[in-house]
Structure formats: C-alpha cells, structure tokens
Design a protein around this ligand. Sequence first.
Ligand code: GTP
Ligand code: MG
Length: 308
Amino acid sequence: MADPTEQTVPAATRCGFVALIGAPNVGKSTLINALVGAKISIVTPKVQTTRALIRGIAIDGEAQLVFVDTPGIFVPRRRLDRAMIGSAWGSAHEADVVALLVDAGKGVYDDDEVILKRLDDIGAPKVLVLNKVDLVAKPKLLTLAQALNERARFAATFMISACAGDGVADLKAWFAAHVPTGPWLYPEDQISDAPLRQLSAEITREKLYLRLHQELPYRSTVETEVWKELKDGSVRIEQTIYVERESQRKIVLGKGGATIKAIGAAARADIAVSIEHPAHLFLFVKVREGWGDDPERYREMGLEFPKE
Ligand SMILES: Nc1nc2c(ncn2[C@@H]2O[C@H](COP(=O)(O)OP(=O)(O)OP(=O)(O)O)[C@@H](O)[C@H]2O)c(=O)[nH]1
Ligand SMILES: [Mg+2]
C-alpha cells in the first residue's frame, strides 16, 4: 500500500481579482501597468482618462493576480460618466480584494469623500494605497494614512510611487498572499484579456488626450474599424475618431491636418511596440452628434448603457 506521506502534494495555487479604485487621476492605470510590467492601460495627466474596465494579469509566486483598472469615481453629470462609474463600483463589488488609491500629493477631496462613504458596502478586504509619495514629505503621509484609517476599515496601508515603482513589489506580494486558493484562470504568459484592436484604439485616445485640451478629449471616442494582418508581418489599422460637432472635427484635424498627423504618428509608434509588429495606422475623424447617447458606442467601449 502506498504511504500517503510519500505523496508529493502540489503547492496550492492562488488566484483572484484585485480591483483598483479611486478618484480620477490618482494613478490607477499607472499602477496596473507597473504591477503587470507592461503598458496595458493608458495614462495621461488629465482626469477621467480610463473609461471602461481594463484587466491586467500578473504572477507572483504561486498566485495569479487579475488586476482590474477602473474609471475614476467622481460625481457624474453625463450618461457616459454614469456608465464609467457604474462599471468601477461593479468591479469593486465583484473583486476578492479592493485597493483604494489616494493621491497623497493632493490629499482627500470631494471625489475621495464620495468613495469613502460607500466603501463599507464592499464585503471584500480593502487596502489603502497612498500613491505619488514622491511628491510628499513623510510626516504629511503619516497624518494622511492615519486620518483615512479612521474613516474606513483597511486591512493594510501601503505608500507607493506607481510611476517610480517604489513599493509596488511589496503591494503585489500582499495581494498574492490574500487572494483565495484556486486554479489559475489564464495561461501563465497572458498579461491582458483585451483584444489588440481595443488596446490600439485606447492608445490613439491617449494621444488625443495629450494633444487636445479643455473639453475636447471628453467629447471624443476612438474605435478600430479595420485590423488586417499583412503578408510582410505588418498590420494595417483603420480607426475612426468620433466627435460631436464639425467645429470639433476641425480642431482634431488641425491646420492642414497637422494635429491629426501628430496624433497618428505618436499612436502608430506606441501601437507598434504594444503589438510587436510594424503598424500602418489610418485615422478618420467623423462627426456623430450625440454619440454619448448612442448604445452602440457604449458596446464598443465595453460599457453598459445606462437607461438615463
Ligand atoms: N509624481 C507622480 N505622478 C504619478 C504617479 N503615478 C501616476 N502619476 C501621474 O498621475 C497622472 C494620472 O495617472 P493615471 O494613471 O492616468 O491616473 P488614473 O487614476 O488612472 O486616472 P483616471 O483614469 O482618469 O481615473 C499621470 O500624469 C501620471 O503620470 C506617482 O507615483 N508619482
Ligand atoms: Mg486610468
């Protein structure tokens, strides 16, 4: 008879969802890219950059961590705002662990207050992540951490700089130790579940945000219409930038097409890196009045269409 003590017991694997939530611009997308080790979510200095849930996958020891980058939570005005914020809360309620990010340089503001009020409704363990510590003196950080811990029950507090990478490995190890045991959900080498055509539309949107100012980025959306792999290994990509008015279309095009050309060049270079193939990018700008109330646009973004 076999001696049961001689059996080799495989080390228990772990796997779970970690939602990164917080006010706009606190560095959620920067952090998911740092945790995954690749650019899977776009980052800009402007608020409300991320519009839908972006999943990024990383391995830490025996754990597979599925991070969910979410749109920033703020007081909504438009239908699109409500869809974005609804998806962020939805992700927090489904996650095994929730990380609340706060911009340590800025401190606690109205949007953070809105989140803190609803944090108790989340059953999963919550972690406080003070980001951008590179911008703050230590005493201020400790005061902020203490004040926030009095407001909500956090299982742990981390102080990190997502863009410098400081503290990111410790945070990742904590997540790895706190997700449930269970089989991995994705192949070992997978880092994202988003199709490349979606990632490339996001990259173009990032360049649009970086180039255009005031309300224009918020009045536009980008969709990949054509994705054709060519015999020489390169990819032909056609994308449409939707805006709401002719005047906005003119601004996106720029004088003699200079603006769209610059957006296209910057996007093409980043897309080629992300897809690891040469890319030929063709951008079109179309006016679609009221695209913010068109269910099809929400489907394309991966958002639910709010009834009002
Ligand atoms: N100084 C500093 N800046 C950072 C850090 N992390 C992120 N940032 C900057 O903060 C800005 C916002 O970063 P994002 O990652 O786009 O923020 P977000 O929370 O995803 O924003 P939304 O998608 O709009 O909700 C960018 O300009 C980043 O470069 C950090 O650790 N230190
Ligand atoms: Mg973001």
